[in-house]
Design a protein around this ligand. Structure first.
Ligand SMILES: C[S@@+](CC[C@H](N)C(=O)[O-])C[C@H]1O[C@@H](n2cnc3c(N)ncnc32)[C@H](O)[C@@H]1O
Length: 182
């Protein structure tokens, strides 16, 4: 599905659901000044563009991680960001490799929307949770019945500490003391 925001030249091969967009906007709209955020799984940059706007308003920085196995898709992402005048820092690699670059406890916000298989989502959560600040938020997309891997891994890792925005596929959880185990 092609999403067109009405900005000349900017289109995304992305599923645009207004409620999901609003939920992500709400989650990232309260980030602290100077925040550091990361997105796992960016493709052409639709969700990254929502987060990037809010991160910029907060004077923070957004890293995005994706192996971008197709150069055309990476170019489309790059062009979209440029046309929208957004600065994001791409890490062209797999999520678990990127996690090794970051020290523990340095991130304010992590958005997971990469490989949706159970094993990969679980690896993403366990690799990235330690990187969150104590007050940080971990969130993600596609918490929905036809992405069972996402639902199963998120439920297993967060239990009752996960919240899904009503009528959306956006989930989030706070880093709480119990995550110290990872
Ligand atoms: C559902 S799409 C992301 C959609 C994007 N968030 C948007 O709003 O349009 C999933 C993306 O995850 C990327 N991906 C797949 N495996 C990954 C991994 N191990 N680490 C990081 N990204 C991965 C894919 O290349 C793809 O671009």
């Amino acid at each position: 599905m092609i999403t067109d925001l009405g900005i000349k030249g900017v289109t995304f091969n992305a599923f645009q659901n207004e409620k999901d967009t609003n939920a992500l906007n709400k989650l990232t709209g309260t980030l602290s000044p100077g925040c550091v955020a990361i997105e796992i799984g960016t493709r052409e940059g639709y969700s990254a563009s929502i987060t990037a706007r809010n991160v910029e308003k907060a004077g923070g920085c957004l890293y995005v991680v994706d192996p971008w196995e197709t150069l055309d898709v990476f170019r489309k992402f790059r062009d979209n960001m440029k046309l929208m005048n957004l600065t994001v820092y791409p890490l062209v690699m797999k999520s678990v490799d990127a996690a090794r670059i970051f020290k523990d406890g340095v991130l304010d916000f992590i958005f997971i929307d990469g490989d949706h298989t159970y094993d990969c989502v679980k690896d993403d959560i366990t690799s990235w949770l330690p990187k969150l600040k104590p007050s940080g938020i971990m969130a993600g997309h596609d918490y929905k019945p036809n992405a069972k891997g996402v639902m199963e891994a998120v439920d297993e890792m967060f239990g009752d500490d996960v919240t899904v925005f009503p009528d959306t596929w956006i989930w989030y959880g706070y880093k709480r003391y119990q995550w110290g185990q990872f």
